[in-house]
Design a binder for this molecule. Structure first.
Ligand code: RB5
Length: 142
């Protein structure tokens, strides 16, 4: 699975901890940036990362800002993206199983690195259930 991640300044440190943890587990992770904690505008990172997931260049995308809200709103403007704003492991599992989410957004000012890593692990490892959920996901795309 090819995963891409980005943040703004508000999510810079949490992004770094997620990248380090995933690399340690052998996950193929590409850090789209930014490379410093200087102030940036989150749509400038959400849009290109969402485009790369929507095009199939990457299987999954992770976005981190202060709250996760601006990133998730921005990513969901891109057709084919189902970006879930998640701050608990129950929702991480449910959004994969039910929504087939292909992007995950989190807020560094909301949760710590330990919970964030658990969320990422659950989100990356949970399969989409399909079945009764498929027609609902199709309606999102329509
Ligand atoms: C940046 O200050 C902050 O607004 C951003 O990281 C994010 O929380 C927006 O939704």
């Amino acid at each position: 699975m090819k995963v891409i991640i980005a943040s703004d300044h508000g999510g810079f440190n949490l992004k770094a901890s997620v990248v380090a943890a995933l690399k340690g587990k052998g996950v193929e992770i590409t850090d789209f940036g930014p490379d410093t904690a200087d102030s940036v505008d989150y749509p400038d990172y959400a849009r290109p990362v969402a485009d790369k997931v929507a095009s199939g260049e990457f299987d999954r995308g992770i976005l981190v800002c202060g709250t996760g809200i601006g990133m998730s709103i921005s990513a969901n403007k891109v057709k084919g993206i189902r970006c879930a704003l998640v701050h608990d492991t129950f929702s991480a599992r449910a959004t994969r199983a039910h929504n087939n989410s292909n992007m995950l957004a989190m807020g560094e000012r909301v949760i710590g690195p330990g919970l964030a890593q658990d969320i990422v692990d659950v989100w990356l490892s949970t399969e989409y259930e399909g079945g009764r959920h498929e027609q609902r996901v199709c309606k999102i795309e329509e």
